[in-house]
Design a protein around this ligand. Structure first.
Ligand code: AMP
Ligand code: ZN
Length: 111
């Protein structure tokens, strides 16, 4: 989608610190990390937010969810990690292309 930063990263029109890519998702490091490990799991399909998803997205959402423990393991997060999905303005979502945050490395502050 035009003017979407994450679509541009997916299209390689913008650089990223790429960790993983497959037919459905791309995973790269967050440019402003909030933890020692801070990755973004982003689907190649432009979907605005979790609020826009429905049963048509079940396979994709499961793929994104199941990527988390594998990525955490590959990043050495043997003692746990946090997953965040900011949704909409009041949920603090800045980029309107759905993404999961994977955070870890040390004890994270209580929510
Ligand atoms: P959210 O607030 O959930 O929409 O999160 C958006 C995240 O994208 C923030 O944590 C930003 O630091 C991150 N971000 C923004 N632009 C880039 C970029 N070009 N490369 C990597 N991460 C980015
Ligand atoms: Zn997009």
């Amino acid at each position: 989608m035009t003017n979407c930063i994450f679509c541009k990263i997916i299209e390689k029109q913008l650089p990223s610190d790429l960790i993983h890519e497959d037919d459905k998702i791309i995973v790269f490091k967050d440019i402003r990390p909030k933890a020692k490990v801070h990755l973004l799991i982003v689907p190649k399909e432009h979907i605005k937010s979790l609020a826009e998803t429905n049963t048509k997205h079940a396979t994709l959402l499961a793929h994104m969810l199941l990527a988390l423990p594998e990525l955490a393991k590959a990043q050495g997060l043997a003692h746990g990690f946090r997953t965040v999905i900011n949704t909409g303005v009041e949920g603090g979502q800045e980029i309107d292309h759905i993404h999961f945050h994977l955070l870890g490395g040390g004890i994270l502050p209580k929510m």
